[in-house]
Design a protein around this ligand. Structure first.
Ligand SMILES: C[S@@+](CC[C@H](N)C(=O)[O-])C[C@H]1O[C@@H](n2cnc3c(N)ncnc32)[C@H](O)[C@@H]1O
Length: 369
């Protein structure tokens, strides 16, 4: 259980800091694997240090941790307490965004805090104000967030999901944001009029090689030529055995740098936490409560390990996933070249794999059975 490469003192401290508040198990943000987080929760529980609210599906520490140093964790958490203008319209945006996810499109919005961090990160590089921005898929409603909190010159959203585009259009109208929406399947190249027209693209693609390469390629095809442009994607920097091995990450970066002519110029540490669907939180809590019926910690560990087999489309039930997988990564381009220019067809799939991570996980889970 302890062979988790992401299990560092830093991550354990972050976990404790999070448990000082009340959180669902799925809501825990740290790079440790699901299995390690479950192990840590069991440890605290059997020591009498964890209070569990099975109705609210939450866990938290029974007493306060004494922090005797101003640690990085402490600073980081304090750093996420923002005050900003238009807070009420942002709450409105988050309510509107909450429309239920479509598994088949690999949707999984980032939480409020991650949304703020992402905006602040982009803004700090001056990639929002006065810029022409394109969002390649946007279940996060980052387009709306950037338009509400910053002053972009032009904002375009491309997505397959009409419900989501409708929500963005309503908010755009209500707050006078002039966001343009395009219903488009990214397996096809972007419409001609969107190509070569933007300063910045933003994408949170499915987290697998094919998905990232496709979404980033479409973003790159939208960038202006002849000037320095930028793009944001979400990069999994920790090991994930099915989707992002060391070799896969290496291959991905080589393709972005060598074939697409990008340079990495900024990564936000401890950056992205996705929202957990309630049914996943329920399953995690049920699993935890069942495990805590074992007489001791050793039996608890055994039970958790056995129960956490790859069994669902979602990260929280795949034990080798980290609870918070990803870094927001900023790319800079001078002579952008999309790796995938035409359709994402059978040939592309043979080369780079499926574009949806859940396809890969499901295929694996089916093989295991
Ligand atoms: C891929 S999801 C984010 C997934 C999340 N990061 C993950 O790993 O599961 C981001 C957005 O892309 C959209 N999307 C998914 N497949 C698409 C496709 N083929 N064409 C256009 N948009 C798509 C989704 O509707 C969603 O709004």
């Amino acid at each position: 259980m302890a062979d988790d490469p992401n299990l560092t003192v830093y991550e354990v401290l972050r976990l404790l800091r999070i448990l000082e508040g009340e959180t669902t198990i799925g809501g825990i943000a740290c790079k440790m694997e699901v299995l390690s987080v479950m192990a840590a929760l069991g440890f605290l529980y059997y020591k009498g240090m964890l209070k569990v609210n099975s109705e609210r599906l939450t866990v938290g520490l029974t007493s306060k941790v004494e922090w005797d140093v101003k640690s990085l964790v402490e600073l980081e958490i304090r750093g996420t307490v923002y005050s900003f203008p238009r807070a009420e319209s942002l709450e409105d945006t988050l309510r509107k965004r909450d429309m239920g996810i479509i598994y088949e499109f690999s949707q999984l919005p980032i939480n409020r805090d991650s949304l703020m961090r992402k905006f602040a990160f982009m803004q700090s590089f001056q990639d929002v104000d006065g810029k022409e921005m394109i969002f390649i898929g946007d279940d996060d409603f980052l387009s709306v967030t950037c338009s509400l909190l910053g002053r972009p010159r032009r904002v375009v959203v491309v997505d397959l999901d009409e419900r989501l585009l409708e929500g963005i259009r309503e908010l755009s109208e209500k707050y006078g944001l002039e966001i343009e929406t395009y219903k488009h399947n990214l397996v096809h190249p972007l419409p001609e009029e969107l190509q070569g027209s933007f300063d910045t693209f933003c994408t949170d693609s499915p987290h697998c090689l094919g998905g990232i390469l496709l979404f980033v390629s479409r973003g790159v095809s939208a960038l202006k030529r002849g000037i320095e442009t930028t793009g944001y994607f979400v990069f999994q920097t920790v090991n994930e055995p099915l989707l992002m091995t060391f070799e896969t990450r290496q291959r991905l970066l080589k393709l972005i740098i060598n074939d697409m002519n990008g340079v990495i110029q900024g990564m936000l540490p401890a950056s992205i936490k996705y929202t957990t669907p309630r049914n996943e939180d329920e399953k995690l809590m049920a699993l935890f409560l069942e495990a805590t019926r074992r007489p001791n910690l050793e039996e608890y560990y055994k039970h958790v390990e056995e129960a956490l087999k790859p069994s669902s489309k979602f990260i929280e039930f795949y034990p080798k996933f980290s609870m918070e997988a990803s870094m927001i990564t900023r790319l800079v381009f001078k002579d952008p070249k999309p790796l995938i220019e035409g359709e994402y067809d059978k040939k592309a799939e043979e080369k780079y794999g499926p574009i949806y991570s859940w396809t890969i996980i499901e295929q694996h889970a089916a093989k295991e059975k």
